[in-house]
Design a protein around this ligand. Structure first.
Ligand code: CA
Length: 471
């Protein structure tokens, strides 16, 4: 009894300190599609304020340029190539169902936080495997799931025509006509004060296609030319206002001070499909140009992080797992362990908290790496980036001087190219697996165009017509 009391006394102060964690993910949102990232057309007052009171990151990256591998990396904290998850899911590919998703032996952020005493929930898009029951959210550390298992959804679901689930039960009754509102409602229900802190992964599909918005939100942007851009702005506005409702809820319940909120996008904006804008970055979703992998990234945690600062060092979404582990006071397995002669990389990220707090001034990483075998690979080290795209010539850029990647220095700096290419190869050689499936060859022609489109490199003015790429 005495031992139990002692154990409880030791545990209680830790529990009291553990922050709630709210991770809000947008889907295919452009680097330049928030007011605080320079948009002159899209209005996002709530997120602008969140950034102003938290930390706005200029060089936040995702680990992949399309939805599913980006999410697989985020959830496991490991480069998804380490477990064969290199492309978007391709159900037409001839492989075993248990190969098509995050393998069931991989631990997720939710597994770790659940073990640390958190109530865990996933609201919205899953998209990292549903072909065997062991791959579904409730089997991957999430106590509660509401949303879709796949990559997109109609924003106005119908009782007999939707693919939404509450845990493992299909939805047959529509509680809210517009999906972004419904996800918000579901998320708020999970964000209650209780003896355990919460971890909520709010995975909006906004502003992914299909382009669908509420009439009242479209009316707000009636001045914008082009239905698609108008709809994009209205969808972003709806998400922003919904995040405002969540912040109000947290404030009213005195939870805001000690909730770590992270907001970012799973990959760059889809310029052609949804008329997102990544300016000043070139490229888009699917490419290894900056517009495909660099995204808006905001941290907000009044009790644990500075307010009103800008973080300029490069980092990736793989860093969130160790960052959340540190915030939760949870001892994660070390980054690297050895089994005999074999080196096991348990996670690829760094705890960002000391960097975000300014306690450590150097960048969190020496280099960042990307690869999708059928499309290309890239490395960023300091200001330099080497991009090996399989369908267009290789390129070397200095991002400090050339954020829009307009001047290819590949032939001018052979030593720099050789040095970066060697590091990129060494990273690839150390990956433990090969892709468990390949994407449809259709995407190869698409991939070439991603590098040859003429993109907008400055933001369209308030009323200027914007149709994605220039003709
Ligand atoms: Ca996406």
């Amino acid at each position: 009894m005495q031992n139990l009391f002692l154990a409880l006394t030791l545990l209680l102060p830790l529990r009291a300190e553990q922050p709630n964690i709210l991770m809000i993910l947008a889907d295919d949102m452009g680097y330049g599609d928030l007011g605080c990232y320079g948009s002159l057309q899209i209005e996002t007052p709530v997120l602008d304020k969140l950034a102003a009171k938290g930390i706005r990151c200029t060089d936040g990256y995702v680990c992949a340029n399309v939805c599913a591998p980006s999410r697989a990396g985020l959830l496991t904290g490991r480069h998804p190539q380490r477990f064969g998850f290199e492309h978007n899911l391709n159900k037409a590919f001839p492989t075993l169902p248990e190969r098509l998703g995050i393998p069931v032996d991989q631990k997720t952020i939710a597994d770790h936080l659940k073990k640390a005493g958190y109530r865990t929930s996933l609201i919205g898009k899953w998209h990292v495997g549903d072909s065997v029951p062991g791959m579904l959210p409730n089997a991957r550390g999430f106590d509660y799931f509401f949303g879709m298992r796949s990559g997109s959804h109609n924003y106005f679901p119908k009782p007999d025509k939707n693919h939404l689930f509450r845990n493992n039960e299909p939805i047959r009754k529509i509680d809210h006509p517009y999906l972004t509102d419904w996800f918000t409602h579901e998320a708020i229900a999970q964000m209650t004060s209780g003896k355990d802190p919460f971890f909520c992964f709010l995975s909006y599909n906004t502003p992914h296609t299909p382009m669908q918005a509420k009439e009242e939100d479209l009316a707000r942007f009636a001045h914008l030319k082009g239905k698609r851009r108008q709809t994009y702005a209205a969808m972003q506005w709806s998400m922003d206002q919904n995040i405002g409702k969540i912040l109000d809820h947290l404030r009213e319940h005195k939870l805001l001070e000690n909730t770590l909120i992270v907001f970012y996008s799973d990959n760059g904006g889809s310029v052609t499909a949804s008329h997102a804008c990544n300016a000043p970055l070139r490229g888009m979703k699917g490419s290894f140009l900056e517009g495909g992998i660099r995204v808006p990234f905001i941290f907000h945690w009044p009790k644990g992080l500075p307010s009103g600062t800008t973080f300029v060092h490069p980092f990736t979404s793989l860093d969130l797992l160790p960052t959340f582990g540190a915030a939760a006071g949870k001892q994660l397995p070390p980054r690297i362990t050895k089994k005999g002669k074999k080196k096991i990389v348990n996670h690829d990220g760094r705890n960002l908290l000391p960097f975000l707090r300014g306690e450590v001034e150097k960048p969190p990483h020496e280099a960042l790496y990307w690869r999708m075998t059928m499309r290309g690979a890239a490395i960023r080290e300091g200001d330099w980036k080497l991009l090996i795209n399989v369908h267009t010539p290789p390129a070397l850029y200095n991002l400090a001087e050339d954020i829009s990647e307009k001047k290819n220095l590949y032939h001018e700096m052979p030593d720099k190219v050789a040095n970066l290419w060697l590091k990129l190869n060494q990273w690839q050689e150390a990956l433990e697996d090969t892709p468990h499936w390949q994407e449809d060859p259709y995407w190869q022609g698409y991939n070439r165009k991603l590098y040859t489109h003429t993109y907008w490199l400055t933001q369209p003015k308030k009323d200027e017509e914007y149709n994605g790429v220039k003709k």
